[in-house]
Design a binder for this molecule. Structure first.
Ligand code: SF4
Ligand code: SF4
Length: 290
């Protein structure tokens, strides 16, 4: 079972849910892998406190031009859809931060003047924390394109009972890289106008890629009823309502898990998992949520 946890915007409690669920399942005897795919700002380690055992670089292939062979024909710049390579004066320049390593320029160069050179863009760290097999992707500061790091991280999906992927916030390419081909997406939101707006975008995204999904409403007893109304109208399952509880906020600020706040929250995480398994089984019978 691979469960991804996403939210249309940051700060809704996505990591609180992802780490809390991971530890609750371990306490139930499940073998759990947690992948922190929020690679621009990974913070799952604050709560799971892993002993890091191994670190590996993530590299991408960036073109390098041999100016002795280049005849300045411009074919490389012409094929590049990302303006990552350009003929400027009597030189070909590469802009690595724009390059997506598609290899197009390398293929079309008539002089074989281009070679692909590995360039580090991030790291994968792994270890064990709170009984959870922990993996974290970390984009190098200054790098702009995070999907290669997320792709490398997802290779760590294992034969454990459950893999939980803490996705980046938002609805752009990195999120899709993190949630695509998972069994279920938990969409974490809050009952505010901003929460509703971003939830709508997130729902559009998961429907487009066709992954079963449900909603967790965090700080459910503040704000207004519009998120609930929207979920009912759209037939979205509300998997869990987490109350606004000062003790959760205090635990969070200390780097403590929601499951340490009280048994009530441990039970909530267990119930969340039960709801998900029911929905995954239901989807597996050929029924969908829409
Ligand atoms: S590898 Fe692809 S994206 Fe990068 S410079 Fe070449 S054509 Fe452009
Ligand atoms: S395609 Fe090759 S030969 Fe032509 S400008 Fe680019 S690097 Fe030079």
């Amino acid at each position: 079972m691979i469960i991804s946890v996403a939210s249309g915007k940051g700060g809704t409690g996505k990591t609180t849910v992802a780490t809390g669920l991971a530890v609750a399942l371990v306490q139930k005897g499940q073998r759990v892998t947690y992948l922190d795919a929020d690679v621009e700002e990974p913070n799952g380690h604050i709560f799971l406190k892993p002993e890091i055992e191994h670190t590996a670089d993530v590299t991408v292939l960036i073109p390098e031009v041999d100016h002795n062979k280049c005849n300045l024909c411009g074919a490389c710049a012409e094929i590049c859809q990302f303006n990552a390579i350009a003929v400027i004066g009597n030189k070909v320049m590469v802009f690595p931060s724009l390059c997506i390593s598609c290899g197009g320029c390398y293929e079309v160069c008539p002089e074989h003047a281009i070679t692909e050179v590995p360039q580090p863009v991030g790291q994968i760290r792994n270890g064990v924390g709170r009984g959870v097999r922990f993996y974290e992707g970390r984009l190098t500061v200054g790098e702009a394109i995070s999907p290669p790091v997320i792709k490398a991280l997802r290779k760590a999906e294992s034969d454990m009972d459950v893999t939980i992927i803490d996705a980046p916030p938002g609805t752009s390419c990195p999120v899709i890289e993190a949630i695509n081909n998972t069994d279920f997406v938990i969409l974490v939101t809050e009952p505010t106008p901003f929460g509703l707006n971003d939830l709508k975008l997130a729902v559009e995204m998961v429907r487009e890629i066709g992954v079963p999904h449900g909603v967790v409403i965090n700080r459910a007893d503040i704000g207004n009823a519009e998120v609930e109304d929207y979920c009912h109208l759209e037939g979205l399952g509300i998997l869990l309502r987490i109350p606004f509880d000062r003790n959760i906020a205090t635990a969070y600020s200390r780097g403590e898990l929601i499951t340490t706040v009280g048994n009530r929250y441990l039970t909530m995480m267990d119930e969340l998992y039960q709801h998900i398994t029911q929905q995954v089984n239901y989807a597996g019978t050929g029924n969908s949520q829409r």
